[in-house]
Design a protein around this ligand. Sequence first.
Ligand SMILES: C[S@@+](CC[C@H](N)C(=O)[O-])C[C@H]1O[C@@H](n2cnc3c(N)ncnc32)[C@H](O)[C@@H]1O
Ligand SMILES: [Zn+2]
Length: 270
Amino acid sequence: MAAVLRCPACPGSEFRMAAADLVCTCCERRYRPRHGVLDLAGTGNAAGDRPYEGFWATVYGWVMDRPGRQRLDAWLLGLDVRRYYREVIARLEGCGAGPHLELPCGNLPFLELTEAYRAGGPWIFADLSSAMLGKLARKLDADGADGQVLLRADACSLPVRDGRLRTIVSLFGLHCFHDKAAVFAELRRCLHPEGKLVLSTLTADGSALSRGYHRLNQLDGTFAPAATAAEIVASARRHGFEIEDEFRQGSVFLCTASPRAPEHGKENTA
Ligand SMILES: C[S@@+](CC[C@H](N)C(=O)[O-])C[C@H]1O[C@@H](n2cnc3c(N)ncnc32)[C@H](O)[C@@H]1O
Ligand SMILES: [Zn+2]
């Protein structure tokens, strides 16, 4: 993984290994995993994102640990949860050889539902929440899978070298990110020119009930102001992604996208 990651303080940097440490070749700072998690979050998130710690980490972990409990989603989001699971699993199983990044990984709800994380890889699982990463470290330990890296990282400023990732899986994260433009720019930067982005998010397109759920979660900053699927597609395109296929239902948008070669003279904005 030393060839994929970079120091959060030094954008042009590389890592070299020294015993169990990753050492930045630019500032010489040493990074070592603690309790299975490598912390490359740097100075943290400036956009106002609120990683799931404390109460939210417990509640979210409890709900997402059992697919049956997500029937709540069918009611709240107007979603056929089984169909959503089938769509995501098919995409995970199409990932092939890595390196792959799942961000935000939360408690990795698909771990028990597919062999994709054990057959392919290597996988990096990243989130800004120490609590979610701690839960996932214990879950992966129990699962016995190896060759995976758990990373504390900010979606707005990924500690990944340019063009290194074959797949980025970003499930139900975008609606939590306040600076979507910064996140799309980072996803595009880190993805290999032939890589794929698998993205799902909640949108502002659902029923009054799901819009209310969204607003409730915006009160403390857990969710960012809602965007429609059309706005998300437009933002992805502005940042150099081509949508290959998509699934929209209720307030859920899921798609596979690939990087588009930049058009000469055009800049990515907004
Ligand atoms: C709705 S959960 C989704 C988790 C998982 N992908 C899933 O589908 O269950 C959103 C996650 O985003 C994380 N998060 C919030 N802001 C973040 C940021 N700026 N960078 C990385 N992760 C972030 C939270 O800690 C939380 O685990
Ligand atoms: Zn450095």
